[in-house]
Design a protein around this ligand. Structure first.
Ligand SMILES: Cc1cc2nc3c(=O)[nH]c(=O)nc-3n(C[C@H](O)[C@H](O)[C@H](O)COP(=O)(O)O)c2cc1C
Length: 324
């Protein structure tokens, strides 16, 4: 918990970004989070994806509180994942009812399940049959209607979640359009479960405002804001920390990705889609255009130099929130 906020701060899962390499680098260089949610794991061809299991392997997540997340429609798939996670020692598991990606949601998984309370009920019943595991839920307000949560939240009595993290959009909205704060408020008032707010928190000030507006929140969850500025909760961060964080990613992915240089470069380029969005456009383009690791490293080096110079030039009393 960041002292000045007086509320737990959770790192949202971002598939393709906040994996174990990113989490370890963020934790070691900046920190400030109370727990990290892992991007969802799933069953493919009747097996829990190995890549997903490796990502939550406790050996690769040392020193942090990690909450693994499962995405499933079929109860047997969900149970397979819960069993694998229990064997790794996990006792707290998050259920994804929020993923809006059409290939997933149209199979009634993630946010897609919010339109099918009968399927959610079956899933919850199966999960509740497992002993010694507690659940949380990460959800949206609905799939194609903004009040579908009204049929889903009461069903959670079956699993009695530790909390529910709510992103106040429908699945159909994906990540665009207005946040529906009216429905969020109605959900917050109606929920018997502690509620975590998640959506567009980009600065410490945004968090302060949301806590002030909703004092009953159990925690806040930060996704793209933290991907953009992993030092968001590190008031003592120095400009060189962003380079150290970046270099840890390069080392971690060099070791972990086994698809050769091209895959490594593509992954690092993907990270820059959200990382340090204030990066000078020309330098960002050079990163995007690089084809070899050498080209990438030169381009990233120039971008990080620019970021460091910009940060060093700011007077010390500036709020670090506003720097990136
Ligand atoms: C690229 C990307 C990947 C995501 N992956 C997941 C995921 O694996 N599980 C999940 O529950 N939410 C996932 N989300 C949703 C985020 O966790 C979060 O709810 C959303 O980005 C809104 O919060 P924010 O405005 O703080 O980013 C993803 C979002 C994005 C943009």
């Amino acid at each position: 918990m960041m002292d000045t906020l007086k509320i737990p701060v959770l790192a949202a899962p971002l598939q393709g970004v906040t994996d174990n390499v990113w989490r370890m680098a963020q934790h070691e260089v900046f920190g400030g989070l109370d727990a990290y949610y892992a991007p969802f794991m799933r069953v493919e061809r009747s097996e829990v994806r190995r890549k997903d299991l490796r990502d939550v392997d406790p050996g690769r997540n040392q020193g942090i509180t990690l909450i693994p997340q499962i995405l499933a429609c079929q109860p047997d798939h969900a149970l397979m994942m819960v069993d694998a996670l229990q064997q790794m020692g996990y006792r707290r598991i998050d259920i994804n009812l929020g993923c809006p990606f059409p290939p997933i949601a149209l199979h009634r998984k993630g946010a897609g399940m919010l339109a099918y309370p009968e399927l959610a009920e079956e899933l919850f019943k199966a999960l509740a049959s497992v002993e010694e595991v507690e659940y949380s839920v990460k959800m949206r307000i609905g799939w194609d209607k903004n009040d579908q949560w009204r049929d889903i939240v009461p069903l959670m009595d079956i699993i009695k979640p530790v909390n529910i993290a709510v992103h106040p959009r429908t699945g159909k909205q994906q990540y665009k359009g207005e946040l529906d704060m009216e429905q969020f408020e109605a959900l917050l008032a109606a929920s018997p479960w502690p509620v975590v707010y998640n959506g567009s928190l980009r600065t410490i000030d945004d968090i302060r405002q949301i806590i002030e507006r909703y004092p009953t929140l159990a925690a806040v969850m930060v996704g793209s804001g933290l991907a953009a500025n992993p030092g968001m909760f590190a008031p003592d961060a120095v400009p060189g920390d962003y380079r150290r964080f970046h270099d840890m990613l390069v080392d971690g992915y060099t070791e972990q990705l086994n698809g050769g240089e091209a895959q490594l470069v593509r992954h690092l380029q993907d990270i820059w889609q959200t990382f340090l969005p204030g990066t000078n456009r020309k330098l960002f383009k050079a990163i995007r255009k690089s084809r070899t690791l050498d080209q990438y490293e030169n381009a990233a080096d120039a971008a990080l130099n620019d970021v460091e110079n910009a940060l060093s030039a700011k007077p010390e009393e500036d709020n670090p929130d506003t720097l990136l």
